[in-house]
Write a protein that binds this ligand. Structure first.
Ligand code: GRG
Length: 294
């Protein structure tokens, strides 16, 4: 299937399944469920769930990767809801919509993010109940990634670094953990579900590819933050510089940030080749992400 058709098809399938699995807005407690759906249904590229589906397709089998894809999107969406809070990035716009705490209020947004985290693990436990060893591995990968050492740890370091002297090592730590860790987990979870999931060398190499791709994605994100409008991005543009945040662009300049993204994308492609399997979609995705405009 051609790349753009497959991308749209997977995005649609993810959206349909999110709608199916998320509690309805009319179910109790309605305000919480409305807030969750407000942020989830606002759109979003669904990139991380697509990485799960694409990685599963490298060595496909009959096990459904969708519960894992949704679980990853639950964690990602929680992180965006909390990231937008006044105590964090204080953003008014997310995924083209008014952010969760502005549409509801802070307490509800905190609770919506809180609820999405155990809901993600519930999806994994129930979705892979027939394959307990696999289910446990998926829970481990996602829990480690979402926890103190990666997603939350990266966010902590990001907050501590605001307004401080830019340092490359520190910036790398933040991006590796805040952004790249979720790319790595998505690709590894998809691979783990598929036919080669017990191959440690492939899992390790997939981790490297996810790291490279995630860092490239962040470098492009930093560039888009200064070159695109809020309408184009669907989130507050120029937000990082306004907050005195260090980014690849503030540290190295636009040209270097672009070069870095291209080099990291090339690294990801080489690492993916070492994983093997039916790589057509993932290879095209790496170029698509490098050239993205939003
Ligand atoms: C623990 C209180 C508490 C908060 C956690 C971990 C965290 C808050 C925030 C990190 C979230 C974040 C903004 C990470 C940066 C990665 C990034 C560029 C996210 C945007 O990803 P896209 O562009 O978003 O794929 P869409 O909306 O398309 O899904």
């Amino acid at each position: 299937m051609i790349f753009s058709k497959q991308l749209t098809q997977w995005r649609d399938q993810v959206n349909e399944n999110l709608d199916l699995f998320l509690p309805s807005e009319n179910s109790h407690p309605t305000r919480l469920h409305q807030a969750i759906r407000h942020s989830m249904e606002a759109g979003g590229k669904r990139l991380r769930p697509i990485l799960v589906l694409a990685a599963h397709q490298l060595f496909p089998n009959r096990i459904d990767p969708m519960p894992a894809a949704l679980a990853v999107e639950y964690i990602h969406t929680y992180s965006l809801i909390h990231d937008d809070l006044p105590a964090m990035d204080d953003s008014d716009l997310r995924r083209g919509r008014i952010s969760c705490h502005k549409a509801f209020e802070e307490a509800t947004a905190i609770l919506a993010g809180d609820a999405l985290q155990p809901m993600a693990f519930e999806l994994l436990v129930k979705g892979y109940a027939e394959y307990p060893e696999l289910g446990l591995d998926l829970v481990r990968i996602l829990a480690e990634t979402a926890g103190n050492r990666h997603l939350v740890g990266g966010q902590m370091q990001d907050l501590l670094s605001e307004g401080k002297k830019p340092e490359e090592e520190n910036l790398k730590y933040i991006h590796e953990n805040k952004t790249a860790a979720m790319f790595r987990a998505s690709l590894q979870m998809g691979l783990r579900i598929g036919n080669m999931g017990n191959n440690e060398d492939k899992m390790r190499m997939m981790g490297k590819a996810g790291r490279s791709l995630g860092l490239a994605f962040q470098s492009i994100d930093d560039l888009l933050d200064i070159t695109s409008s809020s309408e184009e991005l669907g989130k507050d543009a120029d937000h990082d510089s306004e907050q005195g945040k260090v980014t690849w662009v503030t540290l190295k300049g636009e040209e270097e940030a672009r070069k870095l993204a291209a080099q990291l994308t090339e690294n990801a492609r080489e690492e993916l080749k070492k994983v093997g399997g039916d790589l057509e979609f993932l290879m095209e995705l790496t170029s698509f992400l490098l050239d993205r405009k939003s």
